[in-house]
Design a protein. Structure first.
Length: 474
């Protein structure tokens, strides 16, 4: 049976980007409809409950350079938006080391025999940078070795990157390094010897920024947008499987989807999509150039299995989260749920989210919760961190589209795709998956707000994506 609806602005995806865009459109008097694939809301920025515990899908602290977004979230959450100072560490070769690596701590992750060669390699790399510009190409490998030397690249950066992105480090774009690795000057490393902070603040050095977290989990932010959309007569449809996005002459006309076994067609005069850009291109029933479809087919995503561990109060570390770079350790990051907000765990208890990056349907993806529990506890026991007797419960969550996989050449592929999408007058793609970028929650909200602001100009001009996220990779 088919059903059809009159024209309304449509948003695909009820994550932070889609919900913030939908809310702003609803606030502007538009009858917006949000189509969500799952039976929940929030996307990667949801908080779910398990008994007396509240869990996010990975650590979602709020630290941002978007002052307007920060001011907005402070206003809507009021006293539920708490500021705190997180601590980050690396666990490497049986040691917890503070991160970012500063001063002599840069080399404390290494065995003693490697310290002198690594220091020489590091200083040589920095001297070359001082003598003149070097070419990084589009290579994570080259970017890191140009700044940290080959020894630190081989010992720490390459093994962790390969675990996180599930490909060889030599295949990873420098975009990952630019976005995720704080690049300190030699003077800042010297300051680190005396426990003095660096002069330059990097977006991934949360220890040097104003960091906030909602009292009851990051889902408080997306829940607010959801409730406000409904309060302004907007609609959110769940369990929606997009079958096709239909259009002609550079305009989207309708979306066909399946919901509860029923095929429906929804006419629209405006589409905002936060679905993975690979699925967006595959869904377009329009005259899409072959080079655009080819570019999209060469993009893919890293999946994740999140293993949640409840304990009797036993702690893995005093850090908010810990990176595990050793290649023999299958998981790559652990975050302390209670360190973000003590209301997310019962009094006297502790809980951790242990992140396994993987590929869908590989060994980790298909492992049972019991198998992952056995693996995690045996490994933690090996390092004398935790034992079976400390565990009071565990569960898992799986994410198919956790992170875009930033392979060398992805920026050129994205340019090909966005050059085409910018010609479609009433379509905007946004969000981490929709713009294939390393967007955090604040970036997603920024994109949603800017996308809604641009709608009135789209009919004649199409989309200028630098106005939706100016500091993206474009």
């Amino acid at each position: 049976m088919r059903d059809s609806f009159s024209e309304k602005p449509v948003v695909i995806g009820a994550g932070p980007a889609g919900l913030s865009a939908g809310w702003k459109m609803a606030s502007n008097g538009l009858d917006v409809i949000v189509l969500e694939k799952t039976d929940q809301i929030g996307g990667l920025a949801m908080t779910f409950r398990d008994g007396d515990y509240r869990f996010d899908l990975g650590p979602h602290i709020f630290h941002t350079f978007h002052e307007d977004v920060l001011t907005f979230v402070k206003k809507i959450l009021k006293d539920d938006f708490q500021q705190y100072r997180p601590q980050t560490k690396i666990f490497y070769k049986d040691k917890f080391v503070e991160y970012p690596l500063k001063g002599l701590k840069v080399f404390s992750v290494l065995p003693p025999r490697m310290v002198i060669p690594a220091a020489a390699s590091f200083l040589s790399a920095r001297m070359r940078l001082r003598l003149g510009p070097t070419s990084d190409g589009d290579s994570f490998t080259t970017w890191i070795t140009n700044r940290f030397g080959k020894s630190l690249y081989d010992a720490y950066f390459a093994p962790y990157a390969q675990k996180a992105w599930m490909i060889k480090a030599s295949e990873i774009s420098k975009y990952v390094a630019e976005q995720k690795v704080p690049e300190l000057r030699i003077s800042d490393h010297i300051r680190g010897l005396f426990n003095r902070p660096p002069r330059v603040i990097h977006g991934e050095d949360a220890s040097r920024m104003e960091v906030y977290y909602p009292h009851k989990g990051i889902g408080q932010v997306t829940d607010w947008f959801y409730e406000q959309i409904l309060a302004q007569n907007g609609k959110v449809e769940h369990s929606v499987d997009i079958r096709s996005i239909n259009g002609k002459d550079n305009r989207v006309e309708s979306i066909t989807y399946c919901q509860n076994g029923q095929i429906k067609t929804l006419n629209t005069n405006m589409l905002v999509s936060s679905m993975p850009i690979t699925e967006l291109i595959a869904s377009l029933k329009m005259d899409v150039p072959r080079k655009v479809r080819d570019a999209a087919s060469q993009l893919d995503y890293v999946s994740e299995v999140l293993f949640y561990l409840k304990t009797n109060g036993k702690k893995i570390s005093d850090a908010s989260w810990v990176y595990f770079s050793d290649p023999e350790v299958r998981f790559n990051r652990v975050y302390d749920v209670g360190a973000f907000s003590n209301t997310c765990v019962p009094p006297g208890k502790a809980a951790y989210c242990i992140e396994f990056t993987c590929n869908k349907d590989d060994e980790i993806w298909n492992a049972s919760a019991e198998d992952l529990h056995q693996y995690v506890i045996e490994l933690l026991e090996t390092y004398n961190i935790m034992s079976h007797s400390d565990v009071e419960g565990y569960l898992t969550k799986k994410i198919v589209y956790a992170y875009p996989r930033f392979k060398i050449g992805f920026t050129e592929r994205m340019k090909t795709i966005l050059d085409y999408l910018s010609t479609i007058e009433n379509l905007i793609t946004l969000g981490r998956q929709g713009l294939f970028c390393y967007a955090n929650v604040d970036d997603a909200l920024y994109m949603g707000f800017r996308a809604a602001d641009r709608i009135k100009d789209l009919d004649n001009t199409g989309v200028d994506y630098t106005q939706i996220l100016p500091d993206a990779f474009l």
